[in-house]
Design a protein around this ligand. Structure first.
Ligand SMILES: *[C@@H]1O[C@H](CO)[C@@H](O)[C@H](O)[C@H]1NC(C)=O
Ligand SMILES: *[C@@H]1O[C@H](CO)[C@@H](O)[C@H](O)[C@H]1NC(C)=O
Ligand SMILES: *[C@@H]1O[C@H](CO)[C@@H](O)[C@H](O)[C@H]1NC(C)=O
Ligand SMILES: *[C@@H]1O[C@H](CO)[C@@H](O)[C@H](O)[C@H]1NC(C)=O
Ligand SMILES: *[C@@H]1O[C@H](CO)[C@@H](O)[C@H](O)[C@H]1NC(C)=O
Length: 369
């Protein structure tokens, strides 16, 4: 009985070997995606190659990957145009290596752009790219997002690098935008997360280059931001901690602010602490070099008292900001007692414009207007 069972097992194993037909496919296979119908099979493999294709309008290109998968983007991905909520692309998994190979995801922005972003007009798919992986996301180009580009919620450490976000076409009015720039609310990165590095990337858009809403241990370094609203912490809502944020070696060109911390006037029980800036360069700044404002959504309105901001540092190497003649160098608007701790701004130099108001906090050291 036993020996005949064993010989059955041995024989069928031999049969499978000879036929090359293992009962379950090994995940070391290579999957290829040339249309959405290929996704289900391809994500059973730990190498996934994506060819150029167009995702049907109104559908999400969604990849839920095995641990340790390598993805190669080998062509451009476009998305059919229709007004819907999105997202257009979504990816999840741990220890993922995503190689964009300088290929692009094209969101079809001009189809949606009406100067109103997500505040009005047609429903625009957003975020365009929902990133829920750990590992690396490299060399990916995103052009013409309908509205917000990346929403990042990594499950463990993630480095995003050598990316391009090009929404520069949205800087100009179109027939739908009533004279306003057609692109609006096109935030580069919205991050409510921890253990994230975004490096060596170029972001051309019409809103925050990055908005860090919540989280810790986030590094934004060596990036170039052009045409938007600046590198932002916030807006900070209620019951949120933002801490351990490093903003270094970035180049900011023709943005409304270079660096901004905005907290909601109505927010309660939140803290923003240990934010460090170094070695950044900003030019052509239209409104404020550095804006720290607790009255969001107003600008320099009546500040709230529910968010404590502490330990904001400009350290060496010096961050140099040149603001336009009609702009303010810095503007501080803190609620009573809401800004505290050590604010050493030894590593900040701002040229041009006016001094700007400093209200609600007298503790900045090392910087003279
Ligand atoms: C969507 O519309 C935009 C703007 O007209 C266009 O550039 C893009 O090619 C369109 N996308 C597709 C898949 O047709
Ligand atoms: C970003 O650029 C810096 C300076 O060239 C380099 O040291 C660093 O390794 C780069 N980061 C990545 C993830 O490529
Ligand atoms: C205050 O915020 C923290 C998160 O930072 C949260 O854990 C806590 O529950 C909040 N407290 C109240 C009273 O909501
Ligand atoms: C401040 O943040 C940095 C970067 O995340 C971290 O290395 C450092 O330990 C933090 N300092 C404090 C006092 O928490
Ligand atoms: C700052 O001024 C320059 C030169 O006039 C202009 O090109 C740039 O757009 C201005 N920046 C902003 C953010 O408006």
């Amino acid at each position: 009985m036993r020996s005949s069972f064993i010989s059955f097992v041995v024989l069928s194993a031999l049969y499978n070997l000879v036929q090359g037909a293992p009962s379950k496919r090994s995940s070391s296979c290579t999957g290829t995606i040339s249309s959405l119908s290929d996704v289900t099979d391809a994500v059973e493999c730990t190498t996934v190659n994506i060819n150029a294709f167009t995702v049907p309008a109104g559908e999400t290109f969604s990849l839920s990957l095995l641990e340790g998968t390598t993805v190669n983007l080998n062509g451009n991905v476009a998305f059919g145009n229709v007004s819907w909520a999105g997202p257009l692309f979504e990816i999840s998994g741990t220890s993922i290596t995503f190689n964009g190979n300088s290929n692009k995801f094209d969101g079809g922005g001009p189809f949606y752009w009406d100067g109103q972003g997500t505040n009005g007009g047609v429903t625009k798919p957003h975020p365009m790219m929902k990133i829920k992986i750990s590992g690396t996301w490299t060399n990916v180009h995103v052009v013409n997002s309908p509205a917000q580009v990346y929403s990042v919620g990594n499950p463990a450490a993630l480095t995003m690098s050598n990316l391009v976000i090009d929404n520069s076409q949205g800087n100009y009015p179109n027939s739908q935008s009533g004279g306003l720039p057609a692109g609006h609310n096109t935030d580069g990165f919205d991050a409510s997360t921890k253990n994230l590095v975004i490096e060596n990337s170029t972001i051309m858009n019409q809103d925050d280059c990055i908005a860090i809403n919540e989280g810790s241990n986030i590094v934004f370094s060596g990036n170039t931001c052009e045409g938007g609203h600046g590198i932002s912490i916030g807006s900070v809502t209620s019951n949120v901690v933002v801490s351990g944020i490093v903003i270094k070696g970035n180049t900011v060109i023709n943005e409304m602010q270079a660096f901004r911390i905005k907290t909601d006037a109505a927010a309660t029980n939140s803290t923003v602490t240990n934010i460090t800036y170094s070695g950044n360069t900003a030019t052509g700044i239209g409104s404020y070099g550095v804006l720290i404002d607790q009255s969001y959504p107003s600008t320099l309105g009546t500040p709230g008292n529910g968010v404590i901001i502490s330990d904001i540092t400009f350290e060496d190497p010096t961050t140099t900001i040149t603001v336009n003649s009609t702009a303010d160098k810095i503007a501080i608007n803190c609620g009573s007692g809401s800004c505290t701790g050590t604010w050493n701004w030894n590593g900040l130099l701002v040229n041009g414009g006016d001094s700007g108001p400093v209200d609600g906090f007298a503790g900045i050291s090392g910087y003279t207007q």
